[in-house]
Design a protein around this ligand. Structure first.
Ligand code: NAD
Length: 244
């Protein structure tokens, strides 16, 4: 019996990288897992591997997460953990007339809107079950600027701010909303930056190390907290400084 046996989890962006590793870890701990991804084949492959439910959908659509939560409750009877993890890189400077507005809207749709839609969809289900946890995959770029990608930095700071504020409000109901803030992890998202990072001797996290942090957060994260995950260090909550 794993420590999550009897629980049900939903992982967005679960077809690849950190989401796939999280889905495997949650299933390994005993949860029944639903894997949602834009890439239906990838969602199905991971869901089949963990004996879970595959869901295809675009998290930027307002109906996707409510529909997914309804499917999960219909299939498994409850929801205990939502890992809102799907995300994309920014890939442009975002500071002058070269702004690609469609790409910017897409970035905000996946990295920010999805977290709001997902939280709004998950909270009623968590309430029905008497509480639970929402882990949002933000990034170290949600705590400190990443000059190479200002719009990604913007999107991840936005979700960390949302988690801190909404996390405080939800805590009284036994619902933990918290943010996972990994450094660079070896996934598809890095694209060509992977070679630059590894060429410069920069250590990358494995998706499994990030999934370790998800497990640690489920065991002990405070509501509204943001956990840093860096190579060679234990995952730990970030100490925010308050106003002077
Ligand atoms: P990844 O590209 O391997 O996985 C992202 C998954 O999200 C993919 O399976 C993709 O199909 C899915 N996805 C993308 N857009 C979607 C949409 N509109 N609807 C549904 N699914 C969609 O990358 P990853 O590194 O595993 O990224 C997971 C999360 O981790 C992201 O939020 C990312 O910002 C964050 N993150 C990544 C790193 C890193 O260095 N890789 C570091 C910190 C945070």
């Amino acid at each position: 019996m794993g420590e999550l046996s009897g629980t049900v989890a939903l992982v967005t962006g679960g077809g690849s990288g950190i989401g796939a590793a999280s889905a495997r870890r949650l299933a390994g701990l005993g949860a029944r897992v639903a894997v949602l991804d834009l890439d239906e084949g990838a969602a199905r492959a991971v869901a089949d591997e963990v004996g879970g439910l595959a869901l295809a959908g675009d998290v930027t659509e307002p109906a996707t997460l409510p529909d997914a939560v309804a499917r999960v409750e219909a299939e498994f009877g409850r929801l205990d953990v939502a890992h809102l993890n799907a995300g994309i890189g920014g890939g442009q400077t975002g500071v002058d007339a070269s702004l690609d507005v469609a790409a910017y809207r897409r970035l905000v749709g996946v990295n920010v809107d999805h977290v709001v839609y997902g939280t709004c969809a998950a909270v009623p289900a968590l309430r029905r079950g008497g509480g639970g946890t929402i882990v949002v995959t933000a990034s170290l770029a949600g705590l400190t600027p990443m000059p190479a990608d200002p719009l990604y930095t913007l999107s991840k700071h936005a979700v960390v701010g949302y988690v801190r504020a909404a996390g405080a409000a939800l805590a009284a109901e036994g619902i933990r909303l918290c943010a996972l803030c990994p450094g660079f992890a070896d996934t598809r998202l890095l694209g060509p930056a992977r070679e630059q990072l590894t060429g410069a001797g920069f250590p990358l996290l494995t998706p499994e190390q990030v999934a370790d942090a998800v497990a640690a957060m489920l065991a002990e994260a405070e509501p509204g907290s943001a956990w840093i995950v860096q190579p060679g260090r234990e995952p730990a909550p970030y100490r925010f400084r308050g106003l002077p």
